[in-house]
Ligand binder design. Structure first.
Ligand code: PMP
Length: 410
């Protein structure tokens, strides 16, 4: 039974009110980027209309207001993920930049043959920066394999830990499959052998309650645009001591204490890792997204999302001639917010184009996870992903459209 007015929540997302051709837009691509509620759009507009100024720089009123709003979001994010201190929150431009900053920042801490363990299900953003770090330092990357049902292989992970890795980089939720890692257990095991840990939370932050102290990771990263906030802003959370040891990837204004041509001294966290003018409007928009989420009934909404995903999986199975990926053998395991599939024997791209003709927005391709696709022996697949605004009509419209595509192709 639904204990809240779901339609009232959905109504706050203006983009979802449109039709495409003769069909209502059926947006099932939230894992790529979520739609934005009016409150986020308004907060950014208000900043540009009334408070536009650079932060931290000037004595004037507008700059004071912009700085106050910008820094207030740091506090909001710290509370949202339960960080111990607000200077453990670094504003970046997205998950990709956050991971690059960590991988670059560790350059002086790694030696030849140091091992970096990377989740096979990782997004390319959580693979390529480590490859570049390996190139710079002579470290080696070892993938953590998956089991036959596409879950992280715990036994293999335990064996790999005997290599005494320096870094373990995993995803919280896989963007391609919606599979979930038990991050607390993985981090605890990694820490026990002295490894640093980075958890990519890009696909988790909008769908699970994230507590970085409970997870106990050294770094946790995510993007604003996947949690109903704007593009162009992301978060790098780091344990203070670890953040403080990162070599800044970007240097310049704002991040220094003193500069002379003879010697430059860097400033303290968080400024040390925030060189240049930040994405001020976007940070303020992210603050509005967090406020928006916090005033919603989050627990019932997660239940709603879970029920929709189960319904989606059931409907796909009933349709026939559909292959689903990333479904755990363990009946207690649930996929978060995304379902990956193909029509048997058909190319994912053809399916995506035909669905689009019926106003269904899904993502088709390798989902920036080519090693994962290779491990599943797939050239690619389709992914339907949901958010708090998705409703049963969306799933029904999608299944109806997919059935039409199936009849056309098979
Ligand atoms: N990691 C995961 C798991 C993702 O889903 C994404 C976005 N698809 C990224 C990293 C990269 O995020 P961004 O493009 O916002 O930097």
């Amino acid at each position: 039974a639904v204990l809240f007015d779901h339609q009232a929540i959905r109504d706050q997302f203006p983009a979802l009110k449109q039709t495409i051709g003769d069909y209502p837009l059926c947006y099932l691509d939230t894992a790529a980027t979520s739609q934005k509620p009016q409150a986020v759009i308004d907060a950014m507009t208000e900043y540009y209309q009334l408070n536009n100024a650079n932060v931290h720089r000037a004595a004037h009123q507008l700059s004071a207001r912009a700085t106050q709003q910008y820094e207030a979001v740091r506090q909001q994010v710290a509370e949202f993920i339960n960080a111990q201190r607000q200077d453990e929150i670094i504003f970046t431009h997205g998950t990709t930049e956050s991971i690059n900053m960590v991988a670059y920042g560790l350059t002086s801490q790694l030696k030849p043959n140091d091992v970096i363990l990377v989740d096979t299900a990782a997004h390319h953003a959580n693979i390529v920066p480590w490859q570049e770090l390996a190139k710079r330092t002579g470290a080696v990357i070892t993938p953590i394999p998956l089991t036959a049902d596409a879950q992280l292989d715990m036994a293999a992970f335990d064996r790999l830990l005997t290599l005494k890795p320096k870094m373990v980089a995993i995803c919280h939720v896989s963007n391609a499959l919606g599979t979930v890692n038990c991050v607390e257990e993985l981090v605890a095991k990694a820490k026990a052998v002295g490894a640093l840990t980075l958890v990519d939370g890009a696909q988790a932050i909008a769908h699970l309650s994230v507590d970085v102290q409970k997870i106990d990771c050294d770094f946790y990263v995510f993007s604003g645009h996947k949690m109903y906030g704007p593009t162009g802003v992301g978060i790098l959370y780091g344990r203070y001591q670890q953040l403080d040891q990162l070599t800044p990837m970007l240097t310049g204004g704002e991040m220094i204490k003193t500069v002379s041509f003879a010697y430059t001294e860097y400033g303290a966290l968080p400024n040390r890792l925030e060189a240049g003018t930040p994405a001020i409007a976007e940070v303020i928009g992210l603050g509005a997204a967090i406020r928006f989420l916090q005033q919603l009934p989050r627990e019932p909404l997660w239940v709603h999302e879970q029920q929709l995903i189960q319904y989606l999986q059931q409907q796909l199975q009933q349709l026939g001639d559909i292959e689903l990926y990333g479904i755990a053998n363990d009946k207690n395991a649930t996929n978060i917010a995304a379902v990956a599939f193909n029509i048997k024997g058909e190319h994912h791209q053809d399916v995506g184009i035909l669905l689009d003709q019926q106003a269904i927005a899904v993502r088709c391709g390798h989902h920036c996870a080519m090693p994962l696709m290779a491990s599943l022996n797939l050239g690619g697949c389709c992914r339907a992903s949901i958010g708090i605004y998705t409703n049963k009509q969306d799933v029904d419209q999608f299944i109806h459209a997919l059935n039409a595509v199936k009849e056309l192709l098979l």
